[in-house]
Structures are given as C-alpha cells and as structure tokens.
Design a protein around this ligand. Structure first.
Ligand SMILES: [Ca+2]
Ligand SMILES: [Ca+2]
Length: 308
C-alpha cells in the first residue's frame, strides 16, 4: 500500500517534469522563431532600403546628366539638381534626399598635391577657413601631417605617429588621402564640436580639384584670400544672385592671388547625394559621392551608410 502510494507520487512528479520541460522547449522555440522572424524582416527591409536608395542614386545620376547636356558651362544653385528633392513615396515608405556640390567646399585632400607634396597655397586657404570659423588655424598643420607621407610633425603644431602613439588607445597617422571628412575626428586637436563646425565646409575629394565659386558659401569664399572677409563674401554672393558669376575672372581678379585664380572655377564634377529612406520601423541614410564625367555620366565612386 505504502509502495503504491510512493509510485504514484513519482509518476505525478515525472508527469509534471515532462509538462514543464515541454513548455520550456515550446516557449524557447517560439522565442527563437519570433527572433528569426524579426531578423528576417529587418534583413529584408535593409536590403529593400538599399535597393531603393540605389534606385534614387540612378535617378539623381540622370538629373546630373541632363544638367551637363543642357548647361555644361556652369553649375550653380539655381539649377534643378540643387533643389531639395520632394519626399518620394515608395511601397511601404518614403525617400527624401538632396544633392550637394562638394566642389563648393574646401577639399581637404588638396592640402597635398597629387604628387604627394604639401600644397602651401591650399594650406594657407585652410588656415583662413579655420580662422573664419574661430578655430585654431594651426590645426591646418595637424591635418597636413595626417595626410602627408612623412612622419615629421609640422611646426609649430602638427600631429604624427609620436602624437597618436600617446593616445588611449594608441594609433598612427593615416599618412594618406582621406575618404571622409569624419577622419578629422581622429586628428589631434579636433573634438566633436570643432568637427561639427567645420564639417559643412569641407569635403574629401581626389586631390587637385578646383573650387566652384558659384556654389561656395560665404565662409568658403572668405578662405580664398585675406582680402575677402565675410561681408565681401556676402557681397559676392549677392553679385552672383541665384545663378552663376557671369565672369569669374572679373569678379575675383585683384581680390585673390594669381595662383588662386587658377584654382577657382564655375563647374562641378563631384556631387554628394544624401538619401534617407524610411520603411516601416526601419530607417537608413546613404551618402553617395558621385563623379560626373564630361559626357554627363555620373557614377558613385564612394558610398557610406549613416556617416558621410
Ligand atoms: Ca550645370
Ligand atoms: Ca604624415
């Protein structure tokens, strides 16, 4: 009688254990499958978003090609590419975007010539740009060191391996051209605040580009010469109106050094598309650096997600 009672107790316990184990396995399976579902949905959304943004990029390439065919003699802010793209509804979401002329900014890689030498004229221009923004002009030496091949620090302020070896964690100077202005954040003397101040006025393009004065802002125009302050730059922008300078040489001769005159222009080869897509709860921003050739063909030579 006692034995049978004990056996029944064991049987009940075993049954409870089986039920508990079964429930645990079922819950676990449900959790895994719902995670899988979420993961699949996110992967699908991210792939879909990328495809949509690449579609937008092709569409923008077409806008730039048509502009080249219709008006290859100048590029300015009154042209159709410069107009903010109206939000574009797509299946399940919305795309927004804008095209910017990156040659209206100071090209950081111009600090070094394509042959690898420090370009003193560009360095002085960068010093003026920093000064206009009330940043330390000596940061120009730091950025030049980041780009130049050697490891000899600029005088009086520079930044080479010796500087960065002391950082936590330690790293080394790139000693090569930058692909994104955000690399400045790794440069000694830059913090998020100074970077954010400078970022709208700089670009990372192949070395040797000219500045498009038709699209340059007052801060960038003021970097061209000690004789152009912000108020003269504002007057120059007034002069070009919503379009281009009819005669760039006439507007800038006497205001900038002869060498600098050869570095300004009214046309653009490099544009940046900033495209953002929202698909349900998923959002993605892609930055495309577009290079337009003389025939008008624009292709992406660099793309980045999240950070330009
Ligand atoms: Ca044009
Ligand atoms: Ca260096």
């Amino acid at each position: 009688m006692k034995l049978r009672h004990r056996q029944r107790g064991v049987a009940v316990l075993t049954a409870m254990l089986v039920v508990t184990l079964g429930t645990m396995i079922a819950v676990n399976l449900m959790w895994i499958s719902s995670l899988d579902q979420r993961r699949t949905a996110a992967a699908l959304a991210s792939e879909q978003a990328l495809l949509y943004l690449q579609g937008a990029e092709a569409w923008v390439g077409d806008i730039l090609r048509l502009d080249q065919i219709e008006s290859n003699e100048s590029d300015h802010l009154g042209e159709i590419w410069a107009i903010e793209i109206a939000p574009l509804p797509v299946d399940g979401g919305l795309i927004t975007g804008r095209i910017e002329d990156l040659q209206g900014r100071f090209n950081l890689n111009n600090l070094i010539t394509p042959q690898g030498q420090v370009d003193e004229l560009a360095k002085r221009q960068f010093e003026r740009l920093l000064a206009t923004l009330q940043l330390d002009p000596l940061l120009a030496g730091v950025v030049t060191d980041w780009l130049d091949a050697d490891s000899e620090a600029s005088f009086p302020t520079g930044g080479e391996d010796a500087t960065y070896a002391g950082m936590d964690p330690p790293y080394r100077a790139a000693n090569g051209f930058v692909t994104s202005p955000s690399e400045l954040l790794a440069n000694a003397g830059f913090d998020l605040e100074s970077y954010r101040l400078l970022a709208p006025y700089v670009a990372a393009l192949p070395s040797g580009t000219r500045l498009n004065v038709n699209t340059a802002s007052d801060v960038v125009l003021a970097s061209l010469s000690d004789d152009i302050d912000l108020s003269i730059a504002a007057a120059l922008i007034e002069e070009r109106g919503g379009a281009n300078f009819p005669d760039i040489a006439a507007s800038f001769e006497g205001r900038v050094e002869a060498d600098m005159l050869g570095r300004i222009d009214g046309v653009t080869q490099y544009f940046q598309l900033t495209g953002t897509i929202v698909l349900g709860t998923y959002q993605l921003t892609m930055y495309s650096l577009l290079e337009r050739d003389p025939s008008g063909l624009a292709r992406a030579i660099f793309r980045s997600l999240g950070v330009p």
